[in-house]
Write a protein that binds this ligand. Sequence first.
Ligand code: NAP
Length: 348
Amino acid sequence: MKQLRLSIIGFGVVGQGLAELLVTKQALLREHYGCDVRLVSVASGRQGFIYREEGLDIPFLLQQAAKGQPFTQHPGVKHWVTALEGLRATGGDVLAEATGTNLRDGEPGISHIHAALTQGMHVITANKGPIALAANDLLALAHKHNVQLRMEATVMAGTPVLSTIREGMAGAKVRAVRGILNGTTNYILTAMAKGRKYADVLAEAQAQGYAEADPTADVEGYDVVAKTLILSAVVFGHTLEPSQVNRQGITGVKIEHILKAQEEGKCIKLVATLHAASDLSAVPIEARVEPLALPLSDPLARVDGVMNAITFQTDTLSEVTIIGPGAGRLQTGQGLLADLIAVAQHHS
Ligand SMILES: NC(=O)c1ccc[n+]([C@@H]2O[C@H](COP(=O)([O-])OP(=O)(O)OC[C@H]3O[C@@H](n4cnc5c(N)ncnc54)[C@H](OP(=O)(O)O)[C@@H]3O)[C@@H](O)[C@H]2O)c1
């Protein structure tokens, strides 16, 4: 049986989702994958970092979180004020990084990932910031230390997009990518297509927990820009700056645009597009995030509500479309779980 010591940094929606899956999937991990995962440390911004060599009691941690009580009350733990100090002092085999996305400088995620890779830990992450801004540098660092850096959950949560490109479609040359990569905006546009007003639907999405209190990152397209940067790095091996993505959100989409699209047999979606640029272009990859009127024959046009989808145009498979959830506690936890299993299979 392989033993894996896991650290989870960022114990919010996603960190807790992964922790819950470690409990419900424990027998499967042991029996099917021959892997015994021991959660040895957990960290949040406000509570700091706790560590217990023998393993933490996950149901206790989840109960504390549900009750709004600190996980630092776990018996027999060592405590550090910051995750970085704790991680450097303790280590482990795998870091699951699930702190908040920050597209300005990628922190605190970049420092956590850097520290883990440098001390020979594999890293799995749901955090878009570090991968959007520094994927190729971090992948090079992982390579140097002979460990894996995996980021399935950063694009379409647990829906297998990045592993499909990397492993399932190995050898195929991807020529272009188009995707609906944000559930909140797709939910809003789907409701507007049924005649609802933008402000009403946004308020409803906020009440149902699909949209943040401050919806700017979603409705202005910044969240999709982050995923576009990740796809550029992972699919095309090219790091783009956020400013190199031509971005337009959905706040300018009016009912009259939707009605005009419907008259033409189309529907409006917020679409991320990536393709190899012409030889004359200054950048090798052209990237755009914008509302587009899609013909109903387009597979992306049929993807409604909070669902996400991505279409790859390749040399050997023509078009491949993947549809699935793009957010959620267990849905994103699943992306981390799949990465954890992939790491375990190559870990000696
Ligand atoms: N939620 C989804 O459906 C989803 C889907 C795909 C990807 N993601 C990505 O996954 C990541 C986590 O999302 P989430 O929804 O779980 O966010 P969340 O609920 O806000 O949780 C973020 C966690 O990170 C912790 N944190 C912040 N700064 C920290 C620091 N310096 N050291 C240690 N921990 C720190 C927070 O602790 P405090 O609360 O104490 O500050 C909190 O526990 C984000 O990058 C997000 O973009 C989320």
